[in-house]
Design a binder for this molecule. Sequence first.
Ligand SMILES: NC(=O)c1ccc[n+]([C@@H]2O[C@H](COP(=O)([O-])OP(=O)(O)OC[C@H]3O[C@@H](n4cnc5c(N)ncnc54)[C@H](OP(=O)(O)O)[C@@H]3O)[C@@H](O)[C@H]2O)c1
Length: 242
Amino acid sequence: MKEYVLITGGTRGIGKAVASCLGEAGYPLALTYASDEENACRTKEELARKYGVDVHVLQADSTDRASIDNIYMYLEKQDIKLGAVVLNAGITCRDSFEEMTLEDWEKVFFANVHFPVFLLQRIVGLIGEGGCVVFTGSLMGIQPHAVSLSYGVTKSAVHSLVRNLMKSFVPYKIRVNGVAPGFVDTEWQRNKPAEIRRNIENKIALGRFCEPEELARVYKMLIENTYLNGEVVVVDGGYSYK
Ligand SMILES: NC(=O)c1ccc[n+]([C@@H]2O[C@H](COP(=O)([O-])OP(=O)(O)OC[C@H]3O[C@@H](n4cnc5c(N)ncnc54)[C@H](OP(=O)(O)O)[C@@H]3O)[C@@H](O)[C@H]2O)c1
């Protein structure tokens, strides 16, 4: 049997699409969610029914340091051994430079950078040799972000983490990679006004948002290709900043 894949923020959006793609390929899953338990249970049931794989869902908020221990204790208790970890959950803060507070700045840093690092430190012993870690970065960690300074800076840090953690993980024989998505048609993007969505589409060579399912296949490739290490794969449909 394949080892489990842990996906943070795995019950909706990109994380759910990755879970679905991996579930279809027979991987058992452990998916975290922040607060929407009803949706998490629906996702668990849907994936287990469709693909016949074991699916666990557990509550873990990346802004809450206690969630690191909670995830570890849950995996330990359930005797879950991991083949891959997808560090996907991320948050943003759209306050302007003038209005942003240190508290919110720290919260975005904690969730997007500190949390995944210290979660990995806690659970690395549960990841088998030959396993891998995949981070969700962002195109906004490469292009300057007009709306959220903390988001752009933390996603740049995530890309840097991929390359630096790769070194730390050599003794464990665990690979570390990342995906930098452009604009993916999840609720996050769907809730934007139509005019803003059109402006975005006009900047993408393919003229459309990325479907979560086509992005998910890149995560699967990173998990399964045993020679990919320290890469951040940009999946942006050919975006140019105008
Ligand atoms: N969508 C895009 O265009 C895009 C582009 C580039 C990068 N990204 C990155 O992709 C990742 C996922 O984005 P998405 O669009 O799929 O977002 P999403 O739809 O908001 O993802 C939702 C998932 O993340 C969980 N989540 C939300 N807040 C959380 C928190 N504070 N702690 C832990 N989990 C939390 C949700 O749980 P609940 O259901 O309980 O809230 C759910 O499982 C993020 O890191 C984002 O920065 C997205």
